[in-house]
Design a binder for this molecule. Structure first.
Ligand SMILES: CC(C)(COP(=O)(O)OP(=O)(O)OC[C@H]1O[C@@H](n2cnc3c(N)ncnc32)[C@H](O)[C@@H]1OP(=O)(O)O)[C@@H](O)C(=O)NCCC(=O)NCCS
Length: 246
C-alpha cells in the first residue's frame, strides 16, 4: 500500500515535470516529494490525537524541505510541489487530487478565527510560482492560478486567474480531461505551418468531394441529355471559378 502510493506519487511527478529523468532521481532530489511523505506521517499523528508530535514532524520537514504543511491540512492523491521551497499550507486548507503547486505558494488564512480559514483547491488545480491564495475560498476544478497572483475570492472551475487581486484571464479549459500542462501552459502552441497544411488538406478534401459530385452529374447528363443537368454544371463551375479567382 505504502509503496504503491509512493510509486503513484513518483509517477505523477515524472508526468508533470519535464526535467525529471528517472524515478530514483525523483525519490532522492525532489523536496516536494519529501515534504509530502513527511506530511503523511504528521497528518497520521494529528488524526491519532498527537498534535505536538505531528507539529514536530512538520517542523523538521520544513527545515529540510522549505515546505511548511500544517498536519491538519487535507491533501488528496498525486499532489506535487515543484521546486518546492517557500511553500506554506495552512491548517484548514483542503487540496483535491492531482493538484500542482510551484515554489513560493501560500494557501493562507485572512482571519484569526479557529474555523475554516484557508482555501479549498479542487481536483487538477495548478498554482503558479509565488501565488498567494488567501481565505476560505474555493478554487474550482482544473483552474490555473498565474505566477504571483493574489487570489482573494472564489475561482470558477477551469478559469485562469492572474494579477493582484486575481482576475480571470484567457480561455477556460474545455474539460477536466484536458492534459496536464507543465507550468500551467497549454501544449500545442499554434504552429502556422501546421495550420496552413491543415487548411490545405481540408480544401483538398472539399474539392475532391466536389469533383466526385460533378462527375456524377456529368454522367447523369450524358445518359439523359436535355434534362438540364449540363447547364447546371456549367453554372456551378462558373460560380466556383469566381469564388476561387480561377
Ligand atoms: C497564468 C498562466 C497559467 C496563463 O497561461 P496562458 O493560458 O498561456 O495565458 P496567456 O499567456 O495567453 O496570458 C493570458 C493573459 O494573462 C496575462 N498573464 C499571464 N500570466 C500572467 C501572470 N502570471 N501575471 C499577470 N498576468 C499574466 C497575459 O499577459 C495575458 O494578458 P492579455 O490577455 O491582457 O494579453 C501562466 O502565464 C502562468 O503564470 N503559469 C505559471 C507558471 C509558473 O509558475 N511557472 C513556474 C515554473 S518554475
Amino acid at each position: 500500500m505504502v509503496f504503491k502510493r509512493l510509486r503513484e506519487d513518483i509517477d505523477a511527478i515524472m508526468h508533470r515535470d519535464p526535467a525529471a529523468r528517472s524515478r530514483l532521481e525523483v525519490l532522492l532530489c525532489y523536496p516536494g516529494l519529501h515534504a509530502l511523505l513527511a506530511y503523511r506521517l504528521s497528518h497520521g499523528l494529528w488524526k491519532r490525537g498527537w498534535p505536538t508530535a505531528a507539529r514536530v514532524v512538520s517542523h523538521f520537514a520544513k527545515v529540510f524541505t522549505g515546505v511548511e504543511i500544517h498536519p491538519g491540512a487535507t491533501i488528496g492523491r498525486r499532489f506535487f510541489i515543484d521546486h518546492a521551497t517557500g511553500v506554506v499550507i495552512g491548517e484548514t486548507a483542503e487540496i483535491g487530487h492531482d493538484v500542482t503547486l510551484y515554489q513560493g505558494v501560500t494557501l493562507g488564512g485572512t482571519s484569526l478565527d479557529m474555523g475554516k480559514r484557508h482555501p479549498t483547491l479542487e481536483d487538477g488545480v495548478i498554482v503558479g510560482a509565488g501565488a498567494q491564495v488567501l481565505g476560505p475560498l474555493t478554487v474550482g476544478a482544473g483552474a490555473r492560478i498565474g505566477a504571483n497572483a493574489v487570489v482573494i475570492s472564489d475561482v470558477p472551475p477551469g478559469a485562469t486567474m492572474v494579477g493582484i487581486p486575481a482576475r480571470i484571464a484567457g480561455r477556460a479549459k474545455k474539460s477536466m480531461e484536458d492534459d496536464f500542462c507543465s507550468y500551467g501552459m497549454p501544449g500545442g502552441l499554434p504552429d502556422p505551418i501546421a495550420n496552413l497544411l491543415n487548411g490545405m488538406m481540408d480544401e483538398m478534401r472539399r474539392l475532391n468531394a466536389r469533383v466526385v459530385e460533378l462527375e456524377g452529374r456529368v454522367n447523369d447528363g450524358g445518359e439523359g441529355a436535355g434534362d438540364g443537368a449540363t447547364p447546371r454544371l456549367v453554372e456551378d463551375t462558373a460560380r466556383d471559378d469566381a469564388r476561387y479567382n480561377v
